[in-house]
Design a protein around this ligand. Structure first.
Ligand code: G6P
Length: 362
């Protein structure tokens, strides 16, 4: 309940929740350690993943965006094929289901009606379900076979921030635990890498004045804003655009940078703000090329890159983290930029118009 949670010295819950992210990641590392100090999950959950020939992630909104990143983790590390679906679409157009599916519901609140409708169908069909949620005892947690908790603490602001990075961290832990139990040797020391992420998050939060400046420069008089990226950066761009439109009401879209030429580039005009993420070595040259293409059409680019991949003119350089974990870091500037853009426009940051924290109608 919002009235029980103090904002402390923070003017808004959203700002407080953005800045709690390093702490939440450290809590998750602690919560998922066993007596031997290794990352672990309930053995029954481990078994459920081992038995699955395919995972179906079902979620809405920001949780769906976390699922898009989680697919990369589960496929890369645990080597299980994953499909990610919007609850409201899946409910009315079920794809072909594999022989041994496992359903993973991602929901901060654990109460979203669209997701629950799918869970009810999935249970009727007799399939196993795991819920990843911030709220113990929530409906989606009670009705699923298994639960993994986010340990993010209550999230009050309607725009989700710390729950998103917590979802990514829990999905990374889950993927890594499965990877280890399969091969006994895995490339990633996830507890250590997440510790590095928590420190990097602190560094990024220390630059919030810079993000306020970026919001002022790029968005104070903007009508539209685009977020472009490739692979994992693309998933984060969808989340960055959602944050901005939710609370500042600026029309914002996230695009796969390679698709710009197939349509979206027609939208670029003189001065159109384009936020570009460049945290992935494999596509660094490609995204740089895409930025040149939009700049040639008049765009005002704001490139957020990562140490090691940065080039002259990049507007912000993130500290280096494991390449799979960049979304936990690169989303933070986008959260702050949305926050300050909304603040500068006099919007109600914590309670945007037309939106609810937990949507209990289909
Ligand atoms: C609402 C909220 C979003 C959230 C979505 C899914 O639309 O405003 O911030 O991402 O529901 O919520 P859930 O609790 O299922 O993660």
């Amino acid at each position: 309940d919002a009235s029980d949670i103090e904002k402390g010295t923070y003017p808004h819950y959203m700002l407080k929740e953005i800045e709690e992210q390093p702490l939440v990641i450290r809590k998750i590392i602690q919560a998922y350690r066993n007596e031997r100090g290794e990352l672990a999950v309930d053995p029954e959950i481990q078994r459920a993943l081992h038995e699955a020939d395919r995972i179906y992630i079902i979620a809405c909104g920001t949780s769906y965006h976390a699922g898009l990143v989680g697919k990369h983790y589960l496929e890369k590390l645990a080597k299980i094929p994953v499909e990610v679906h919007l609850s409201s679409e899946f409910a009315y157009q079920m794809p072909l289901i594999s022989e041994k599916p496992l359903f993973i519901f991602i929901s901060q609140s654990g109460e979203t009606a669209d997701s629950r409708a799918v869970l009810v169908k999935v249970k009727e069909l007799g399939y196993p379900a795991l819920t990843i949620t911030n709220v113990p005892g929530s409906t989606l947690s009670r009705e699923a076979d298994y639960t993994l908790l986010l340990h993010a603490g209550p999230e009050i602001a309607v725009a989700s921030t710390k729950a998103y990075t917590a979802q990514l961290a829990v999905l990374a832990v889950l993927a890594e635990v499965i990877a280890k139990s399969r091969s006994r040797q895995s490339g990633v020391d996830m507890a250590r890498e997440l510790g590095i992420v928590a420190n990097a998050m602190e560094t990024v939060c220390g630059s919030k004045d810079e993000f306020e400046q970026i919001a002022r420069e790029y968005l104070d008089s903007a009508q539209n804003a685009f977020f472009i990226g490739r692979t994992l950066d693309y998933a984060v761009c969808l989340e960055g655009a959602l944050k901005l439109k939710e609370i500042s009401y600026i029309h914002a879209e996230g695009f796969a940078a390679g698709e710009l030429k197939h349509g979206p580039i027609a939208l670029i005009e003189d001065g159109t703000p384009v936020f570009a993420l460049a945290t992935q070595a494999r596509v660094n040259l490609n995204i740089r090329g895409n930025v040149k293409e939009v700049v040639a059409r008049g765009a005002n680019p704001c490139i957020i890159s990562m140490d090691g991949l940065a080039q002259d003119g990049d507007r912000f350089i993130l500290p280096e983290v494991h390449p799979l974990l960049t979304p936990l870091i690169s989303v933070i500037p986008l959260q702050y930029i949305a926050y300050y853009a909304a603040l500068h426009r006099g919007c109600d940051v914590d309670k945007p118009r037309n939106l609810a924290k937990s949507v209990t109608v289909e």
